[in-house]
Design a binder for this molecule. Structure first.
Ligand code: ZN
Length: 262
């Protein structure tokens, strides 16, 4: 029997779930989850974060080292993956079934992810035919917490060439509205024509259009793209038999996303 992401632990509050999810997202970018980074992510002050990280450490959900930051334990990671799965499935449901704009889904999902039952989430999963990506192109962990390893490159670091947009790592409604207007949405292909020096803008031509557009480096940092030439999708599925192997997989399965947006 495989290890399932635990049913909601009664001791884990909504706030704790938000903290664990924030740490997971920071770790996903291969960055250190420092107190200040978690604070910025959750828009709270540093001392509030320190208190909460200590509590989560006593609950065995993360390791916290003052002046360094937090690292999820396997149990904390399982809780974080569970809430991330809920969030992304709910976003997709709101977008595809309920007709929400992709810039509207995040805030609603932030509330619903804590409220709906596991049954509700699994019904969404089945109804949507077990999707692997949310409306922003982010990977939805499966019910065991697996996520396929991604080979995306942050557009800000990409060389001149042909690419397909895989995901947007920012949920700000203003940015998403702008990207949609510029046709910079997941699955759209484009040619990166030029990168201006000194952190200057990028010149792109969206395939299927004749005009080229410029985007700022700050926007490019939020777009995960994949080279069209090197595009491939691994069909390998990790089959792990024991709980230890699954835990090890969660730990190793750092999903590289975009470059730091700080
Ligand atoms: Zn979201």
């Amino acid at each position: 029997m495989g290890l399932q992401i635990p049913m909601r632990e009664q001791s884990v509050s909504n706030t704790a779930e938000d903290y664990l999810k924030a740490v997971l997202k920071i770790e996903d970018r291969n960055e250190k989850a420092s107190t200040s980074k978690v604070a910025r992510h959750l828009e709270v002050n540093d001392s509030t974060v320190t208190d909460m990280l200590r509590k989560l450490q006593s609950a065995g959900l993360l390791e916290y080292t003052p002046y360094y930051g937090a690292t999820l334990t396997p149990r904390g990671r399982a809780v974080a993956l569970r809430i991330l799965r809920r969030h992304r499935l709910i976003e997709l449901f709101l977008h595809q079934i309920m007709g929400y704009g992709w810039e509207q889904v995040h805030e609603e999902a932030e509330r619903l992810e804590h409220a709906v039952s596991d049954f509700f989430v699994e019904r969404i999963d089945a109804l949507m035919n077990y999707p692997v990506q949310d409306p922003h192109g982010e990977v939805i962990p499966d019910e065991r917490g697996f996520r396929e390893r991604e080979n995306d490159v942050c557009l800000a670091l990409a060389e001149v060439g042909d690419y397909t947009i895989k995901k947007v790592i920012d949920s700000s409604p203003e940015l998403l509205t702008y990207l949609e207007k510029e046709s910079l949405v997941p699955a759209r292909s484009f040619t990166l024509l030029e990168k201006a020096p000194f952190q200057g803008p990028l010149k792109l031509r969206i395939h299927g259009t004749h005009t080229s557009s410029h985007i700022g480096l700050d926007v490019a940092k939020r777009l995960g793209s994949r080279s069209t030439i090197l595009w491939f999708r691994s069909s390998a599925t990790v089959v792990a038999k024991t709980a230890e192997q699954l835990m090890a997989h969660w730990i190793q399965n750092q999903v590289p996303t975009c470059c730091s947006t700080e």
